[in-house]
Design a binder for this molecule. Structure first.
Ligand code: NA7
Length: 480
C-alpha cells in the first residue's frame, strides 16, 4: 500500500482489541492511524481490574493473539497482572507507542459527509476515513441502586476500582454480587479478613475447572518448541468452542456442564448452604462462573453467605430484609458493569446518535457495523460474545474483516460503506429466532441482555461467525 493509499484510521481504546487493530494495520503496511486512549497506559480491562485473585476464565494458552503465543504464563488460567504485562509487552514489541495518544479521552466522533471528525476532552480535533470503536464491553462499573450506599462509613469501592490503600487484614468485609468477579474475590480475601459476608441476590452455577501453576519445565518446553504452544493454543480454543456448543443449544453438552456444576455443589457439606447456592435456571444462562476455589472459600468459618434481600446500606453495614444489620468495616461492590456503554458521543450520517440506535435493542450489522454510521466499525460490541469463547479470538476475526474494509477504501474501490438497514434488520431477526434455541433464553437475568431483556449475544456456532466475517459483502452496503 502506498502512503497516499493509506486510509486514515482512528481507533478508540488501547485495550486488547484496539492494540490488535493497530498491529493488524501495521502488518498490512498502513501507518496512517492513531489510537486514542483515555488512560495513561494500555491494557483495557486488565489495567482497570486489579482485585485480589483476578484471573481470566479462558485457558491461558488460548488467551493470546494467535500470532503472539505466550510461553510464560504462570497458571493454567492466567492471573490479571501477567495478562496486563502481556499486552504491555505486545504494545512495545509491535512498536505501537508512537501511534497511541495516552491520557486522551475522545468526547465526540461525528461523520461529516465523507470522513470522521474526532473531538477530545482537551479540545483537540482530528479527522480520519475510518473510525474503529475498541472501547471495551465491560468497562463502566455498575453501581447498585441500593438506598444508603453513600452513607456507608468505611471504605466502599467497586471491584474495577479496587482501593489498594485499604488494608483488609482483620476487617469485616461485605461483598455484594455473586458473578465471576465475586467468586474470585472471596477466595482471594477470605484468608486475610476477619469475616467476609457475601450478599447473594441470585445463585450462580460454578464450574470447578482445575487450575494449577505451570512448572518451570513446562514453560521451558513451550519456549523450546513453539509448535507445542501453537498446538496448545488451538486445543484451548477447541475446548472453548465445544463448551460454546453446549451453550448454543447442544443439550447433551449442556447436561454435561450442569453435571460438573452439580458435582461442585455436592462438595458443599452443609445442606442449607448447598440449597442456597443452587440456581433454579439452566447452567450457563448467566455467564458460567469458572472457579475451583469458591466452594471451599464460602465454607470457611469466617465466610457467611447472605441471601436475605438487601434493604439498605447504613453507616455501620448492610441491613437486610429480616431487619438484621450485617456490621462491616469495608464494602466491596462486585456488581458488574453497564455493558457496551460508551463515554463518547458518536454521531452518524444525518446527525443520528449512536446512543439512540443502541438504546433498548441495539441494531448491529454482523456484529461489526451499525446502519447509518458509515466507515464505523466496532470490535467486541453487542452480539459479539459466543458462549465463554476467548474474546481475543472473536476480535481477531472482526479485526481481519475491518482490515479488509479499510483496504477496499485504500484501493479506491469505494470511499464509504454504510451497512444497509434492511439487511441488518433481517440478520437481527435471524439471530432473534436462533437465540430462542440457546441457553440464554433460559429466563435468567444477566449482562448479556439488552434494555428489552433480550440476549445480545451471537447465537450461532463459531464456524458461522468466522464464515460471516470472512470478507465484506458489498451488496450489504450503501457505498459511495
Ligand atoms: P456480573 O456477572 O454481571 O455479576 C454481577 C453480580 O452483581 C450479580 O451477582 C448480580 O446479581 C449482582 N448485583 C448487581 N446489582 C445488584 C444489586 N443492586 N443488588 C444485589 N446484587 C446485585 O459481573 P462480574 O463482574 O461478576 O462479571 C462480569 C464478567 O467479567 C463475567 O461475565 C466474565 O466475563 C468476566 P444478579 O445475578 O443480577 O441477581
Amino acid at each position: 500500500m502506498t502512503a497516499a493509499a493509506q486510509p486514515r484510521v482512528l481507533i478508540i481504546g488501547a485495550g486488547m482489541s484496539g492494540l490488535l487493530m493497530g498491529i493488524r494495520l501495521l502488518q498490512s503496511g498502513n501507518t496512517n492511524f492513531r489510537i486514542f486512549e483515555k488512560a495513561p497506559k494500555a491494557g483495557g480491562t486488565w489495567r482497570e481490574n486489579t482485585y485480589p485473585n483476578l484471573a481470566c476464565d479462558v485457558f491461558a494458552v488460548a488467551y493470546t493473539y494467535s500470532f503472539e503465543p505466550n510461553p510464560d504464563w504462570n497458571y493454567r488460567f492466567a492471573r490479571g497482572d501477567e495478562i496486563q504485562k502481556y499486552f504491555e509487552r505486545c504494545e512495545r514489541k509491535y512498536g505501537l507507542a508512537p501511534f497511541i495518544s495516552y491520557s486522551t479521552a475522545v468526547t465526540e466522533a461525528r461523520w461529516e459527509k465523507d470522513h470522521w471528525e474526532i473531538l477530545t476532552a482537551s479540545g483537540e480535533r482530528d479527522r480520519g476515513d475510518v473510525l474503529v470503536s475498541a472501547a471495551g464491553a465491560l468497562h463502566h462499573p455498575n453501581y447498585p441502586d441500593i438506598p444508603g450506599l453513600r452513607e456507608f462509613a468505611g471504605p466502599c469501592f467497586h471491584t474495577a476500582r479496587w482501593d489498594h490503600t485499604v488494608d483488609l487484614r482483620g476487617k469485616r468485609v461485605g461483598v455484594i454480587g455473586t458473578g465471576s468477579t465475586a467468586s474470585q474475590v472471596v477466595p482471594g480475601i477470605v484468608d486475610k479478613v476477619a469475616e467476609v459476608h457475601l450478599f447473594q441476590r441470585t445463585p450462580q452455577w460454578v464450574m470447578p475447572t482445575p487450575d494449577r501453576k505451570v512448572s518451570q519445565a513446562e514453560r521451558a518446553r513451550r519456549h523450546r518448541f513453539p509448535w507445542l504452544l501453537r498446538l496448545q493454543h488451538r486445543l484451548g480454543l477447541f475446548l472453548m468452542e465445544i463448551f460454546s456448543r453446549g451453550v448454543l443449544g447442544n443439550r447433551l453438552l449442556l447436561r454435561y456442564l450442569e453435571a460438573g456444576c452439580r458435582a461442585n455443589l455436592r462438595a458443599i457439606r452443609d445442606p442449607e448452604l448447598r440449597r442456597k447456592l443452587t440456581p433454579d435456571y439452566p447452567a450457563a444462562c448467566k455467564r458460567l462462573v469458572i472457579s475451583e476455589d469458591f466452594a471451599a472459600a464460602i465454607q470457611r468459618d469466617n465466610a457467611h453467605l447472605v441471601t436475605e434481600r438487601i434493604e439498605r446500606i447504613e453507616p455501620g453495614g448492610v441491613r437486610t430484609g429480616d431487619g438484621h444489620l450485617h456490621e462491616l468495616d469495608v464494602l466491596v461492590l462486585a456488581t458488574g458493569f453497564a455493558p457496551y456503554k460508551l463515554d463518547f458521543e458518536v454521531i452518524g450520517a444525518g446527525g443520528r446518535r449512536l446512543a439512540e440506535r443502541m438504546a433498548g435493542s441495539p441494531l448491529m450489522y454482523r456484529t461489526v457495523g451499525v446502519p447509518g454510521f458509515p466507515n464505523y466499525f466496532v470490535l467486541f460490541g453487542p452480539y459479539s460474545p459466543i458462549g465463554n469463547m476467548s474474546i481475543i479470538e472473536n476480535s481477531e476475526v472482526q479485526a481481519n474483516y475491518v482490515l479488509q474494509c479499510i483496504e477496499l477504501i485504500g484501493r479506491g474501490v469505494l470511499r464509504s460503506m454504510n451497512p444497509r438497514e434492511d439487511v441488518a434488520l433481517a440478520l437481527k431477526e435471524d439471530m432473534r429466532r436462533q437465540i430462542r434455541n440457546t441457553v440464554w433464553a433460559g429466563g435468567c437475568n444477566s449482562w448479556y441482555l439488552d434494555g428489552n431483556g433480550e440476549a445480545v449475544v451471537y447465537p450461532f456456532q463459531y464456524a458461522h461467525f468466522r464464515r460471516e466475517l470472512r470478507a465484506p459483502l458489498l451488496a450489504d452496503f450503501e457505498t459511495t
